[in-house]
Design a protein around this ligand. Structure first.
Ligand SMILES: *Cc1c(COP(=O)(O)O)cnc(C)c1O
Length: 389
């Protein structure tokens, strides 16, 4: 069922084909073309220790989850995939596999708020220290590395400022220091960017976002080519239990199948939104890696297929103008999260990134973040136009 070397799921096939087929073959018994939701917490054994299909207890493994894991591994062109109950559960498992008391890690100075909170409020109590750096500045990453640095962690593009890290260069810097390199690929999705091929040791996803894609399920994943790391991740799936149930795994797999077509439309709509915002009198600046004057544009053009569906902007009228914009849109729904088919708008300083207030990771209060959905382009533009006034 999770055989990735099969004709229909091998690496030679295109991304959209693998998104649909990798991880599950039509069921030999019933012909079902979709993976069943195996709502079974335990699996009958033929004699003590005699597992039939490799399953014994669903925290350790479940066939629906295994199908999703094989699919996600294929999309990142990785050898091993592991699914978790959320992006944060995946983050937690990655950090606990890679770090021991006394170790240090480098993180983005505009990291996802929850990632920063977990490291700052939990891992520091267990003897882990960290340095936030601008990950678009490879010299700053190099300068932040200490003898005890075991992990360099980047997001690219970053959330919510859409800075771009050069994955290939940061990989070199991390590996020269003997550190492992983790890329949170949530914003780009594997359709736009595949960090393992550029030197990352581990790719992390909040599958809640583009991979699930329909704002109906929370999940996370870790993909790696390193069998030893994967064994560590699997150990924590079983040992700590942050795993998705079969229904969540099914929904995430169902979403992943359409990632290619959804991402194309997210990118097309985001580009149109950027065109509208650039030069609008109410807008002070637009943050989007597709803009030629974006500081990370060249790197993004090299390592990404297109520039993604996330757009941030700073309002000329400051914090109040940002809050007003969030209050006035009708199709862009005021909500946290991102990557779903519906367009969302939010104020990071008061919402997703409120936990960074007062820290070096604090975000500007005139900032608004858009997750541009796949509705009709003209309707999205009209909504923003009326809301900007
Ligand atoms: C949402 C998000 C996470 C956390 O994932 P959850 O599924 O919400 O736990 C991690 N990294 C990034 C970049 C995110 O956007």
């Amino acid at each position: 069922m999770s055989d990735q070397s099969d004709d229909r799921t091998g690496e030679a096939l295109g991304f959209a084909t693998r998104a649909i087929h990798a991880g599950f073959e039509p069921d030999p018994q019933t012909g079902a073309v979709n993976v069943p939701i195996y709502a079974s917490s335990t699996f009958a054994q033929d004699g003590v220790g005699g597992m039939r299909g490799g399953y014994e207890y669903a925290r350790t493994g479940n066939p629906t989850r295994a199908a999703l894991e094989a699919n996600l591994a294929s999309l990142e062109n990785g050898a091993h995939g592991r699914a978790f109950s959320s992006g944060m559960a995946a983050t937690d498992a990655a950090l606990r596999t890679l770090l021991r008391p006394g170790d240090h890690l480098v993180i983005p100075d505009d990291a996802y708020g929850g990632t920063f909170r977990l490291i700052d409020k939990v891992f520091t109590h267990w003897g882990i220290s960290y340095t936030p750096v601008a990950v678009n500045d490879v010299d700053a990453v190099r300068a932040a590395i200490r003898p005890e640095t075991k992990v360099v962690w980047v997001e690219t593009p970053t959330n919510p400022l859409l800075n771009v890290a050069d994955v290939e260069q940061v990989a070199e810097v991390a590996h020269a220091a003997g550190a492992r390199f983790v890329v949170d690929n949530t914003f780009a999705s594997p359709y736009l960017q595949q960090p393992l091929a550029l030197g990352a040791d581990v790719v992390l996803h909040s599958t809640t976002k583009y991979l699930g894609g329909h704002s109906d399920v929370v999940g996370g994943a870790l993909v790696t080519d390193d069998a030893e790391l994967d064994t560590g991740f699997a150990f924590l799936q079983n040992g700590a239990g942050g795993v998705p149930g079969p229904f969540d795994a099914y929904l995430t797999f169902r979403g992943a199948k359409t990632l290619a077509v959804r991402m194309e439309q997210h990118c097309t709509n985001a580009e149109a939104v950027v065109d509208l915002l650039v030069g609008h009198p109410a807008v002070a600046s637009v943050l989007y890696p597709g803009l030629p004057d974006h500081p990370g544009h060249e790197v993004a053009a090299r390592q990404m297929r297109r520039f993604g569906g996330m757009v941030s902007l700073r309002l000329a009228g400051g914090r109040q103008a940002a809050l007003d914009l969030c209050a006035r849109t009708r199709i862009f729904t005021l909500a946290e999260s991102l990557g779903g088919i519906e367009s969302l708008i939010e104020h990071p300083g008061a919402m997703t990134h409120a936990s960074t207030a007062g820290s070096v990771l604090e975000v500007p209060d005139d900032l608004v973040r858009l997750s541009v959905g796949i509705e009709d382009t003209a309707d999205l533009l009209a909504d923003l136009e009326q809301a900007l006034g």
